[in-house]
Design a protein around this ligand. Sequence first.
Ligand code: ADP
Ligand code: ADP
Length: 217
Amino acid sequence: MRVILLGCPGAGKGTQAKVICERYHIPQISTGDMLRAAVNEGSDLGKQVASIMSSGALVPDDIMIQLVQKRITDPDCANGFLLDGFPRTVPQAIALHDAKISIDHIIEIYVDDETVIRRLSGRWVHPGSGRAYHIDFNPPLVPGKDDITGDSLIQRDDDKESTVRHRLKVYYDQTIPLLDYYTHLANSSEEHAPMFSQINGNLPVAQVTKEIFSILG
Ligand code: ADP
Ligand code: ADP
């Protein structure tokens, strides 16, 4: 199964990706996690993208397309994958399509802006795995520690309110046009056209998961 999760920052993509990937035995390809790992390693890619990411802008399409196209040729993607955070622009989606990488399901999780601000200001993440917690909505068992490894949790630099508002603007300007692109593709007569669904991400985590599972079957 090949799945794309779309949604603004804080929509709950990463949270839902973890349960979907566990259930369908597919890898989660989070471009944000990949880029943050590159920044932490101090690789050439990391040096190129660090300041772009901390400003809340998008990394150039050609870098992202290359990164994802390479990742999905890894053996663990043979039975499918879940893309979390890619594509984020119409040119990125066109590149997937032109490379004949067909997708079974595209799911957009939508939430309102004020919910995003509340969620991201309380988000704590485990840097090793990308597992996300929320201080009120989804707290870890031990404050400040990852449930599975016990490692310390961190807050992302780009989760401060002013950067989040900028990321939301970037989302409206550059990613929302993808919704039209995928609506058209899903309604086209193409042989491997994906199914495109939109679900309400303002609901509690378990309810969102239930809706996603009913779509994926
Ligand atoms: P994204 O990957 O889309 O940026 P995350 O999955 O990291 O979003 O979720 C953002 C924050 O909101 C995290 O702190 C997470 O624990 C919390 N969260 C995710 N889904 C929900 C939900 N349905 N209700 C309440 N809080 C949620
Ligand atoms: P979010 O919580 O906003 O969903 P991500 O972890 O997916 O955040 O992304 C963090 C940052 O990484 C983005 O603000 C952007 O700078 C960069 N990024 C991630 N994926 C992409 C992509 N597909 N195209 C361009 N930039 C990306």
